[in-house]
Design a protein around this ligand. Structure first.
Ligand SMILES: NC(=O)C1=CN([C@@H]2O[C@H](COP(=O)(O)OP(=O)(O)OC[C@H]3O[C@@H](n4cnc5c(N)ncnc54)[C@H](OP(=O)(O)O)[C@@H]3O)[C@@H](O)[C@H]2O)C=CC1
Ligand SMILES: N[C@@H](CC(=O)OP(=O)(O)O)C(=O)O
Length: 363
């Protein structure tokens, strides 16, 4: 199969660099166009970027001349991944969609739009039916394939919902949910980047807007498709109450969350919960998408795991680790969840969504 051309917006940033790493030698996509601000446009990528990944920059990407973020520059791309600063993502992504391009975005700007799926690909890939319907409706009306946006969730939300989805499917609704996060500094981006002096020998118990995003996005991701297939019916505040507390910690990559859950129905046993998480297989794995994790969830039994440095790269960063699953004396059960914030929490989710769209004939 011929490779599909892919573009990356915000290519010089924390998420953009991860996209470039994950798309290097990808079996389905070829990195064709890179975009960033006018500070970077016109320079070779290797001269524009301050590369901070622990693997070397792919040589071919380094030679690409960075473009301005205009639809014209990306017109030959089958898919455009966005790692744009949210301050600028809104109008740029809208212009791309209106030009007929497919945008998979990490930015928060369109996550709450009714007709935009908010997708963690190992959790709620069925929400992509919203864009499938747009494409089919346009074909039925004899119109050109429409542009559309798919949003990736907030990175902490991605880790949180990973174990919730199989638990809700098997044991019914979750009524109450609390999470306390310990988030890596790569989550704060690279321009300018989280100051070392603020995080060394320290912890910062505040991340702007993060708690509200987790509390809201969880309700959309765990919601059902509406009957007309055009949107998602978010869970209501009566159906699930979510409380998040967010902290920045001195970790490079990998968000850790201590979560507690109360089920609406009688609580299942700890062993039943572990088995349910071990048995879970996501659609991307069933469809054999190239980046799909063998196990979307890894249940760890060691009493001191998961740990970010030791566990974030399970299944290439696409797998989420869940450990310390035990009874909660206040709610029903508590556990520790670890997810790679720039892979399953950002760029990796983008790549896996594109693989799903391709498998569903939507690119
Ligand atoms: N880091 C993470 O773990 C996660 C991040 N996100 C979201 O992903 C997006 C990217 O985050 P992150 O990579 O951390 O951010 P960075 O600050 O590291 O990167 C921002 C990117 O946006 C580009 N940019 C800035 N201003 C403009 C402009 N005016 N026009 C075009 N491009 C511009 C920058 O280019 P230049 O170098 O030229 O300035 C850079 O490529 C954000 O919306 C963020 O909220 C979502 C989930 C997780
Ligand atoms: N706020 C996250 C990263 C991020 O940018 O998330 P969002 O795309 O939801 O703003 C973090 O600090 O780790």
């Amino acid at each position: 199969m011929a490779l599909k051309k892919a573009g990356v917006l915000g290519a010089t940033g924390s998420v953009g660099q991860r996209f470039i790493q994950l798309l290097n030698e990808h079996p389905q996509f070829e990195l064709a166009v890179l975009g960033a601000s006018s500070r970077s446009a016109g320079k070779k990528y290797k001269d524009a970027v301050d590369w901070k990944q622990t693997s070397l920059m792919p040589l071919s990407a380094g030679e690409i001349v960075v473009s301005e973020c205009t639809p014209e520059a990306f017109k030959d791309c089958a898919v455009v991944f966005s790692g744009l600063d949210a301050e600028y993502a809104g109008p740029i992504e809208k212009a791309f969609k209106e030009a007929g391009l497919v945008v998979i975005s990490n930015a928060k700007n369109y996550r709450r739009e009714l007709d935009v799926p908010l997708v963690v690909p190992t959790v709620n890939s069925e929400h992509l039916a919203i864009v499938e319907k747009k494409v089919k409706d346009a074909a039925a009306a004899g119109e050109a394939k429409p542009g559309y946006i798919v949003c990736i969730s907030n990175c902490s939300t991605a880790g949180l919902v990973a174990p919730l989805r199989p638990l809700v499917d098997k044991f019914g609704p979750i009524e109450l949910l609390t999470t306390t996060t310990m988030q890596a500094i790569s989550g704060a981006g690279f321009s300018p980047g989280f100051p070392g002096i603020d995080i060394l020998d320290n912890l910062v118990p505040y991340i702007s807007g993060e708690e509200e995003k987790i509390e809201w996005e969880t309700k959309k991701i765990l919601g059902q498709l509406a009957a007309d297939g055009n949107s998602v019916q978010n869970l209501s505040d009566d159906e699930i109450r979510v409380s998040a507390q967010c902290n920045r910690v001195a970790v490079s990559d990998g968000h850790t969350e201590c979560i507690s859950i109360k089920f609406k129905n009688k609580s299942p046993s700890i062993e039943a919960i572990k088995q349910c998480l071990r048995d879970y297989e996501c659609e991307a794995t069933t469809l054999k998408c190239p980046s799909a994790p063998k196990h979307a969830i890894h249940v760890l039994e060691e009493e001191n795991r998961p740990q970010p440095r030791l566990d974030r790269d399970r299944d290439g960063g696409y797998g989420v680790s869940v450990g310390r699953i035990r009874e909660d004396p206040v709610l029903d059960v508590k556990m520790v969840v670890l997810s790679h914030n720039t892979i399953i929490g950002a760029a990796g989710s983008g790549v896996l969504i594109a693989e799903l769209l391709l498998a569903k004939n939507l690119l």
